[in-house]
Design a protein around this ligand. Sequence first.
Ligand code: PXG
Length: 464
Amino acid sequence: MNAITNHLPTAELQALDAAHHMHPFTANGELAEKGSRIITRATGVTLTDSEGNEILDAMAGLWCVNIGYGRDELAEVAARQMRELPYYNTFFQTTHVPAIALASKIAELAPGDLNHVFFAGSGSEANDTNIRMVRHYWALKGKPTKSIIISRKNAYHGSSVGSGSLGGMSAMHEQGGLPIPDIHHINQPHWWAEGGDMPEEDFGLQRAQDLEAAILELGEDRVAAFIAEPIQGAGGVIVPPASYWPEIQRICDKYEILLIADEVICGFGRTGNWFGSETVGIRPDIMTIAKGLSSGYAPIGGSIVTDEVAAVIGSDEFNHGYTYSGHPVASAVALENLRILEEEDVVGHVKNVAGPYLKEKWEALADHPLVGEAKIVGMMGSIALTPNKAARAVFASDAGTVGYICRERCFANNLVMRHVGDRMIISPPLVIKPEEIDVLIERARKSLDECYAILQEKDLLKSA
Ligand code: PXG
């Protein structure tokens, strides 16, 4: 351990943080009491905190540091771009080289005729763009009544008023007057939690057909689009049954509903292909991108749209845009990130090396007494904690109580593994090496053992 000394002592930093810094998705009172963990530097898959602890980051920050930490090339590019042109906008018929280069590169990487990019500063902003774009698209096609966007319960599409409305998180809808009008949520394809006695594939089909039922109920002439993550991330890494996506595609085709794939987490290699849409076999009209686009080194997001959508939107002035749409420094950094992903065949590493290796070890966790199912696609995995595997039981304690205990054990064992309710999730940097995967699994198993012992001690191993 090498303590970092070029900053104030941890306790002083924590006091200042508690006094002045409002954290996202955090009970700020609780945090002030406990003191936040302060991350000071990182390299590869390893974070260092203000006390010199070295922590394996199995979440790649917030699902975003695809190429790993500490790549100097990105810092060099950012510095060069800041010197040359730190800012200019892309409004009113102007543009600049980094935005041009990045848009062309994305068009080359994206499947099919997804050839046009509208830039934003984040995934939330990009999804807000999508709401306005799909509604405007149908208005331009002479069908202004088509304004409803169908999404799913427990989806995450961002935190702004628009994207938070698209998302299906009830705890978010309870605050600040969400959702906005004309957003409709259908059930998610979460077999473990909601599948009951149905075989998994039948359930997947049924949940896809909920889309058709919603379209028929709302009226085909009212529905503009369906939005979904190819594999739900923040909802708990929920891998849909194989029957789900082909049926969704059929329904979107049949009723001419625009399909928006939210690739903010799945995009840029995480599922073993460049895009999650390729992994699940769909042909979206629009893709939302962010996170892995720059590996989190700079804030940038966007919407990739097909030739047809771009032609319709381009037939009029689209009164929409952000000061930082296509920001030159963020664009240059993203472009360098894509160069590394491509030249170092990071996507191939996920598909052929790290992915299969992690899958084998991850799925073996299902033999742990606390683990019900272990699901994984590429570099996104989840395990369901349960007091009774055979019954797929949930704990008698409030949802998240056990997950939180497990997460605390992970943290104590220098592993960042998140919990969503009583589901544990990982999403490590794509460049993780087999020997680092061994460390990840060893720490995860140790944390599960410790969690199990705590549950026994506190008599929490009871089913609801
Ligand atoms: N779509 C998806 C699928 C996401 O996962 C967003 C959109 C919004 O992106 P921005 O860049 O606006 O945050 C996300 C973001 C979590 C967590 O707790 C997940 C996200 C963000 C913050 C926390 O898992 N995903």
